[in-house]
Design a protein around this ligand. Structure first.
Ligand SMILES: [Zn+2]
Length: 392
């Protein structure tokens, strides 16, 4: 019998619903209406009437989380040499909100807003590149120092403040070429200070510039990405995290994974975690040349890798939900509560697979994969059987 006027658009039950911000962890369900969560209930027995919703999903072995947030990737439909289609390659695999690391700068942001942010179902924010050309060319974005244009960057932030929560400054040799990284850093700090925003910072190799000196220039709230590389820079020495890195954390500097393929070393991550140093956020640094790799490079895979390296599961979940939501100042995202955005991801431990790191070592582990993704109330992906097919 078709209901004429169901109360909810969807109800999603799961063996575990987990919300790090509110402390929920147990069996229960979430109800969605329009683009909002309208009910969150923990219960061992299904009290909900499935017929009260147009669509009913049940994942007895699933983990229902707020939609995952990837703090460092490269969503771009055009204008970035690293760009991947967010609707094709990001949101279907569990990430409902993603921060671009500098895919656009002041001269390319209008195109980025039109072609990527406005055109996507995925929620996209931009850590604007200090370089006005963003990542539009195959050479380093700071090879021409004139492109590190503080005034243009601050003006662009003023125009698009609601979608720009950070300034991307990467002082790597790749990004700078022959340009002095200290001058790039100085301009980056000036832009971030004037705009009142944190920096998303990529480090320089220590032979060029001691790590401690770089970290000493960062401010509380700035975020260091690529934290578990083994080269050209590494925060672990003799199995322990460097004192200057601990000091930076004590000053309020945050550390992000920024996995990619060459920016993550499993042994470094394991040593750091053993030393009590957990990343604040877990991110993929997904780029176009990851497309087609096996296993698929996505956020659940990177989360699985951190879990395998010893990071407690509750910390893994916080690092892709509540923590990035707080850093990005998203009050209604990364949380399961009434009137929050209806962004939801169900994960399942589905596959035993391999993941590699930059030394081509690999570990066979159980991997999380996304079984259901809902973004702004719309079902994006449903890869698992449900107890009752949708009636929509
Ligand atoms: Zn990146």
């Amino acid at each position: 019998m078709q209901l004429s006027n169901p109360q909810f658009d969807a109800i999603i039950r799961a063996g575990r619903i987990v919300c790090p911000q509110s402390g929920i962890d147990g069996p229960g369900h979430v109800a969605v209406h329009g683009d909002r969560i309208v009910a969150v209930e923990q219960s061992n027995t299904p009290k909900v009437d499935p017929d009260s919703a147009r669509r009913y999903f049940d994942f007895p072995d699933g983990i229902l989380l707020p939609g995952l947030i990837d703090l460092h990737a490269h969503p771009a439909n055009s204008g970035s040499v690293f760009g991947v289609s967010p609707d094709e390659h990001i949101v279907p695999f569990g990430t409902t909100t993603v921060l671009s690391q500098g895919d656009a700068g002041a001269s390319t942001i209008d195109q980025y807003v039109d072609d990527t942010i406005s055109a996507s179902k995925t929620r996209i924010l931009l850590a604007i590149n200090l370089s006005r050309i963003g990542e539009s060319t195959s050479h380093g974005c700071f090879e021409n120092l004139d492109d590190a244009d503080v005034d243009a960057c601050v003006l662009a932030i003023d125009r698009y403040r609601e979608i720009i929560p950070a300034v991307a400054v990467n002082v790597s040799h790749y990004a700078c070429g022959e340009t002095d990284p200290r001058e790039v850093m100085s301009r980056g700090i000036e832009a971030a200070e004037r705009a009142g925003l944190p920096m998303l910072f990529g480090m320089r190799r220590p032979e060029d510039w001691p790590l401690e000196q770089q970290l000493n220039l960062l401010r509380s709230g700035d975020i260091v990405t690529y934290c578990f590389r083994s080269q050209p820079h590494c925060i672990v020495q003799d199995g322990q995290v460097l004192p200057c890195v601990h000091h930076a954390r004590e000053r309020g500097i945050l550390f992000d994974v920024g996995h990619a393929t060459e920016a993550f070393n499993f042994d470094v991550a394991q040593a750091a975690i053993n030393d009590g140093f957990l990343p604040n956020t877990i991110s993929t640094d997904l780029q176009h040349f990851h497309i087609g790799q096996a296993p698929r490079h996505d956020l659940p895979l990177v989360m699985s890798e951190l879990r395998a390296a010893g990071m407690p599961e509750d910390k893994v979940f916080a690092a892709v939900t509540s923590t990035p939501a707080r850093l990005l100042k998203l009050d209604d995202t990364g949380v399961l509560r009434t009137n929050a955005a209806a962004d939801l991801t169900v994960l399942q431990d589905r596959h035993t697979g391999q993941f590699g790191d930059m030394n081509e070592q690999s570990c066979v582990q159980t991997l999380w994969t996304s079984a259901l993704v809902i973004r702004s109330g719309r079902v994006i992906r449903m890869s698992s059987p449900v107890s009752r097919p949708g009636r929509a």
